[in-house]
Design a protein around this ligand. Sequence first.
Ligand SMILES: Cc1ncc(COP(=O)(O)O)c(C=O)c1O
Length: 413
Amino acid sequence: MPGFFRDNQRLVCDGQSLEAIASDVGTPCYVYSAPAIRARYAELASAFAGHPHAIHYALKANSTLAIVRLLKSLGAHADANSAGEIDVALRAGFAPSEIVFTGVGKTPEEIERAVGLGLKAINAESFGEMDRIDRIARRLGTRARVAVRINPDIDALSHPGISTGRKTNKFGVAIEEARAMCREMATRAGLHLVGLHVHVGSQVTKLEPLRRAAEALVALATELERDGVSVEHLDVGGGLGISYDGGSVPTAADYAAAVLPAIEASGRSLVLEPGRVIVGPAGILLMRVVDLKPHSAGKFFVIADAGMTELMRPMLYGAYHAIEAVTPRPGAAISADIVGPVCETTDTLGVDRTLPPVEPGDLLAARDAGAYGSVMGSNYNRRLLPPEVLVEEDGWRVIRRRQTIDELLQTET
Ligand SMILES: Cc1ncc(COP(=O)(O)O)c(C=O)c1O
């Protein structure tokens, strides 16, 4: 698999020197492997090749324009969660008919834009939202293509902060309500029911919840069909997890084997909304050691120039990212808490990590940061959004340069 590997001890990206990239664009910075993104997309596409399907890349995972364009060039469609993500998808070249629009709090303005564009599906998450879409579509003199997001009350067995399919979660509607919504939709002049949707969580590493969620969609579609209400596609959402710690996780083929039997039997086309599994392992966050301080009992604080403003996942839900020295120094390993420069104690990237000896100026890499990394960046402490670099086998290019303080202040009086 292309991407990040060690060449004579040094961590490189598809043969390109990370030291050279860091010297050129500065740190912190994100580095992505285009060959790894292509390979991961291809794995997923081939796993589902036997059944009519569309892979709607979830922009929320990483919506940097060049990454989205790369996915588009591979044949992906798009899953957007806001008007901003719809705009990025359009600018990346997706046709409205290739975009599905999800989200639990779509504003009237967002709905109007989605309806006006004629997206492939607006995934309605409540009765009230269905009403709003219907009203807006009738006012615009059109019929909106809609799907209903069900909440099947299935535990994704992932972190509670990224589990979305329990009845205590804010997402979608219970099966009984979905049934009623679908029947109602069939009678509305502004609505064209095209699909059923489910997404039970992210970083899901057990296949059972994903299989059960797909089966719940199929059961509802079959029941509705008996009542004369039919849908074109079944959207199983995203969620397939990746290995952050080296443990084994299901492959794309395992995933397809879990989800496809029910979908195939239903005769409906399939929509997938993967994000993390495509781009997560294809990116790293590069940072430099700024300082080294004694902690306790021989342990150190390794203070990096990146923290929660660049990679929020560890602070947001205790997520683990392997952190490695790009060019390990020889000598006895140290035990360290790797922390950022932000004025919050929670600004900790990794606790009780073992590192080779490090010195200020050394380059570290937080692995598997291609998904939910850069997109969650913030300007807290007036820190500037970092650059992003896309690596190809024959070179690399900056796909987002570092923000400047003037740009940061541009919208302020
Ligand atoms: C509705 C929906 N679809 C797709 C995704 C993408 O999930 P993942 O990146 O885990 O594949 C998410 C993320 O949580 C989501 O909420």
